[in-house]
Design a protein around this ligand. Structure first.
Ligand SMILES: Nc1ncnc2c1ncn2[C@@H]1O[C@H](COP(=O)(O)OP(=O)(O)OP(=O)(O)O)[C@@H](O)[C@H]1O
Length: 279
């Protein structure tokens, strides 16, 4: 392991995680965050503690503690561990969806928890691509519109999406070509592109969610069990597309999965429970 890391998660038996949608909520047109482009690690967590609020007086609330965790730019880490141990909670913290009770999380040199909520939402859509366990697609929008959502809310993502097509012009029509290219790479046939996302199978929705996370080359991709609904062939295509995209844009990747066969795609793997015992 490249960095000393320790994590503690308690009360691992409670309900589902609460990752929420990255694009669309309370976004502002610009954000004054300072980004030190190359000098800082991509992600740096220090002395961080988070505790869920207890749902009743009998049950102790689950909590996660991380003394240090560093992810370099262009590094891909695989995180695994038993159900309920805190993996999704950690991803929500890394994405600034949840706020730690203490300690800090720096993304691209910016302490995300010092940002106001609207600034944090903008920071997220500018710099992060998130593949949620529940996908969070907008069911009545067609696939291309779903994939294009980050470009609608982030000029940075729009510009980067256009650049991936080889164009030096910036427009929604050009970014749409990037969206189509990603859908194609992820094995979604053109005949589906204009259909509502709600009509898709779970495995297809998972791949559309991946295309939405990848469009416009965000610096960090966060993926919560993104291959759980895919058959073996689609899983391989999905992983190859994800890793190729990360390589080509030098993006970091935090990937949570129970499927240990996927570890060969990653620079390192972390067992969440091993972190726990190192506290
Ligand atoms: N909204 C919430 N309120 C209170 N506790 C929660 C909430 N969401 C999750 N928890 C608790 O936090 C702990 C960790 O949950 P989390 O979803 O992070 O685990 P996980 O490792 O991702 O599980 P899985 O592999 O099943 O997705 C669990 O005990 C869970 O019950």
């Amino acid at each position: 392991m490249k960095s000393p890391t320790s994590i503690q998660m308690q009360n691992p038996n409670m309900a589902e995680s609460s990752l929420v949608q990255d694009a669309g909520a309370d976004l502002v047109p610009s954000c004054p965050h300072h980004l030190s482009e190359k000098t800082e690690p991509l992600l740096q967590i220090s002395d961080m503690q988070f505790k869920w609020k207890s749902t009743d007086s009998q049950t102790e609330a689950a909590q996660v503690q991380i003394s240090t965790f560093t992810l370099s730019r262009d590094e891909r880490v695989f995180i695994h561990g038993p159900s309920g141990c805190g993996k999704s909670t950690l991803l929500s913290l890394c994405a600034g969806i949840l706020e730690p009770n203490s300690g800090s999380i720096h993304l691209l040199g910016q302490n995300i928890n010092t940002l106001k909520k609207a600034q944090r939402d903008q920071f997220r859509v500018d710099h992060l691509g998130i593949i949620f366990q529940q996908f969070n697609l907008i069911p009545y929008l067609d696939l291309i519109s779903n994939v294009m959502l980050p470009c609608q809310f982030s000029p940075r993502r729009l510009q980067a999406a256009c650049a991936t097509t080889g164009s030096n012009q910036i427009s929604a029509a050009i970014a749409t070509e990037a969206a189509k290219h990603l859908l194609e790479q992820l094995g979604i046939a053109p005949s589906h592109w204009n259909k509502p996302a709600g009509n898709l199978s779970i495995g297809q929705q998972q791949r559309v969610a991946a295309a939405r996370a990848l469009i416009g080359n965000p610096q960090l991709i966060i993926a919560d069990e993104p291959t759980s609904a895919l058959d073996e062939a689609h899983q391989r295509d999905f992983m190859e597309c994800l890793i190729t995209q990360c390589h080509s844009s030098s993006a970091g990747l935090i990937f949570v999965s129970h499927d240990l066969r996927l570890t060969s795609f990653f620079d390192r793997q972390v067992n969440f429970l091993e972190w726990q015992t190192k506290v």
